[in-house]
Design a protein around this ligand. Structure first.
Ligand code: CA
Length: 103
């Protein structure tokens, strides 16, 4: 288990390492590159190998629609989607409104 800081090497004697992240220190969405250099028992050092890990938001947002219970005839009113929210590190950016007619 290791908390990674950008450009700060973490040394282990085990061949795997877990990238530990708390919710408040999560990697932001997008591409993140990690590098490995290995050293043999004679002290010879490898050239680096690198991988890019994409942190992706795969969780659907939740729509929350609020509206007044009743409105006067021929009066304007507002539909409010501000309580809609996202999970998975993203944010709601588009609201798609549809009038479905009378039940
Ligand atoms: Ca999401």
């Amino acid at each position: 288990m290791a908390e990674f800081i950008i450009n700060q090497e973490v040394k282990t004697e085990t061949p795997t390492i877990e990238v530990t992240l708390s919710t408040d220190k999560a990697l932001p969405l997008g591409r993140h590159t990690f590098r490995l250099v290995v050293v043999d028992d004679s002290g010879n050092t490898s050239i680096p190998d690198e991988v890019t890990v994409i942190v992706a938001d795969t969780e659907n947002p939740t729509a929350v629609l609020n509206a007044p219970r009743s409105v006067n005839f021929a009066s304007n009113f507002e539909l409010d989607g501000r309580k809609s929210f996202d999970a998975g590190g993203g944010r709601v950016v588009t609201y798609l409104w549809t009038y479905l007619g009378q039940p």
